[in-house]
Ligand binder design. Structure first.
Ligand SMILES: Nc1ncnc2c1ncn2[C@@H]1O[C@H](COP(=O)(O)OP(=O)(O)O)[C@@H](O)[C@H]1O
Ligand SMILES: [Mg+2]
Length: 499
């Protein structure tokens, strides 16, 4: 209404008054409706919105008092200004008692008349504004309540455990699924200390760290145990004003069945691989005995056949070893024994083994070192990492190419680059090459034998050492793999020649 014009109904049987009011009020921006008796006024009120009523007391058909009564009952918020002659002032005062807003006496002067009307219009506007404000806040409150109850229902019905903690690491909200996951019987009253509910100290530490980090916005995913169950906990900070951390939410999911399945799969791969490896190794040994002539003389052709058979056996043994490595990585058992190691030494040994192969393909193989520092690593898996990358660089380079390995100490890390001038990898293939069994189909490398497990092992091994690996490549130009491995801290004097 505030944008619309104030609409005034003038109910008076005297035409001169009606016209006078209309003239004066229209020129002041009011919208005017006219009624020549009480009954006509009631009809107008019923048919359209009227904001203010100017009401004569003495009218035919229905007098002003009667109209006032109807208005009070049907439109209680409408200001009614009584128009009265000198003879009816007492009645006008009576009308005020019955709820009229004000009265003006005929014949009226323009200015006081306008002031009275303006006051009534202001009152109307203010009241309307207040009503709208009230309606809006009631609606907001309703929406808020609805949202709250909706959220509460969702949290209550969730299959995953939910707990919210405050800054004091006290649980202030939880759902029934949490009680089930934590195997807590009976009722639990919030707030209570999170440490009493979660046996696992690392999850408590994560939450404590989150609460102590101003502006924390990281979501932390970790595994935790509850009795015999393995749970996955996803925790996120709750931010208050100015990004202050006011609490944290943790959602817990039971992943025990997946863990068990994973374990079964790993056990199975392990078992099959072992069962295959032992007879293959025996056949390989027996073949060697035959090749050496220890089982009687053999001719050139037989020797050649046995050698070809041995190559196939070697390929199978490599595949089995890779499968076992993958199973170990996935079981988190790949890195067994970490010792301080000098990469230069490991690379030297790998080069000694691999150089003949590079020479065979006329590949220029070189390595260089700068500011080297030792790293803590499992010697066997470090060798596996470097061996895989260098073998790939040679395998996926055409004859006459160049493979360069550079290692350098970089603060807390040692960086190893394995660069080649080979066939390269297309950008859309790059995200997939670390997947298990993934091999890029390339006409120039079709003859290269492999399982597609090498880079999956490399990545798993690097990550098990808390390092990182990335790759850059351009088709037909070459590829560079870059590894960062954490340098050994602390007492380097303990360096062993362990390998
Ligand atoms: N240096 C490289 N240059 C070009 N392509 C590479 C290189 N290293 C790896 N690749 C691509 O990534 C794939 C996966 O490598 P990997 O996991 O070692 O498996 P495999 O060597 O057994 O095929 C390879 O098949 C090859 O297509
Ligand atoms: Mg490979």
């Amino acid at each position: 209404m505030s944008e619309e014009k104030i609409r005034i109904l003038v109910a008076d049987d005297e035409k001169a008054i009606r016209d006078g009011c209309q003239r004066v009020l229209s020129s002041r921006g009011y919208e005017i409706r006219l009624a020549e008796n009480g009954s006509a006024a009631v009809d107008v009120l019923a048919s359209e919105r009227i904001d203010i009523l100017l009401l004569d007391l003495k009218m035919p058909l229905m007098g002003g008092e009667e109209v006032l009564e109807i208005v009070r009952e049907r439109y209680p918020e409408m200001p009614v200004i009584i128009i009265t002659g000198h003879g009816t002032v007492d009645t006008a005062v009576e009308c005020m008692k019955k709820g009229a807003y004000d009265f003006i006496t005929k014949p009226f002067q323009v200015d006081p008349f306008l002031i009275t009307v303006r006051r009534a219009a202001d009152k109307r506007r203010l009241e309307d504004q207040a009503r709208r404000f009230k309606e809006e806040s009631e609606k907001n409150l309703y929406d808020l309540r609805l949202e709250k109850s909706r959220l509460r229902t969702i949290v209550q019905c969730m299959g995953n455990g939910v707990m919210v903690c405050n800054r004091k690491l006290e649980m202030v909200l939880h759902n029934p699924a949490l009680m089930q996951l934590m195997e807590i019987q009976g009722e639990m009253q919030d707030p209570c200390s999170i440490r009493e509910i979660i046996g696992d100290g690392t999850l408590c530490e994560t939450l404590q760290k989150m609460l102590n980090t101003p502006g924390a916005d990281e979501v932390v995913i970790q595994e935790t145990a509850a009795g015999k169950k393995v749970l996955r906990a996803i925790s996120a900070p709750l931010l208050g004003p100015e990004r202050s951390v006011v609490g944290a939410v943790t959602v817990l999911e039971d992943i025990t069945p997946f863990k068990q399945l994973d374990q079964m799969k790993n056990d199975f791969v392990h078992m099959v691989a072992h069962e295959l490896r032992s007879p293959l190794v025996s056949i390989r040994q027996l073949n060697s005995v035959i090749l050496q002539g220890l089982a009687g003389p053999i001719g050139e052709k037989q020797g050649d056949f046995i050698n070809r058979g041995n190559k196939k056996i070697d390929g199978l043994l490599t595949l089995i070893n890779e499968l076992l490595d993958v199973a170990k990585i996935e079981a988190g058992q790949y890195v067994q024994r970490k010792v301080p190691i000098r990469i230069e030494k490991v690379l030297g040994e790998i080069f000694a083994l691999i150089e003949p192969r590079a020479k065979e393909h006329h590949i220029d193989l070189s390595c260089s070192f700068k500011d080297m520092i030792p790293i803590y690593a499992d010697p066997k898996s470090l060798e596996e990492i470097l061996n895989n990358l260098i073998t790939n660089a040679i395998n996926y380079s055409p004859d006459g190419g160049r493979v360069r390995v550079t290692a350098a100490g970089l603060g807390e890390y040692v960086q190893i680059l394995v660069e080649d001038t080979g066939v390269g990898i297309a950008p859309e293939e790059l995200p997939k090459i670390f997947d298990k069994f993934y091999r890029v189909k390339h006409p120039k490398t079709r003859q290269v034998a492999g399982s597609g497990l090498g880079l999956a092992i490399v990545k798993g091994a690097v990550e098990a050492h808390h390092g990182s690996i990335d790759v850059e490549s351009a088709l037909d130009k070459g590829t560079t793999f870059r590894i960062l491995l954490p340098a050994a801290r602390g007492d380097i004097d303990q360096m062993t020649d362990a390998k």
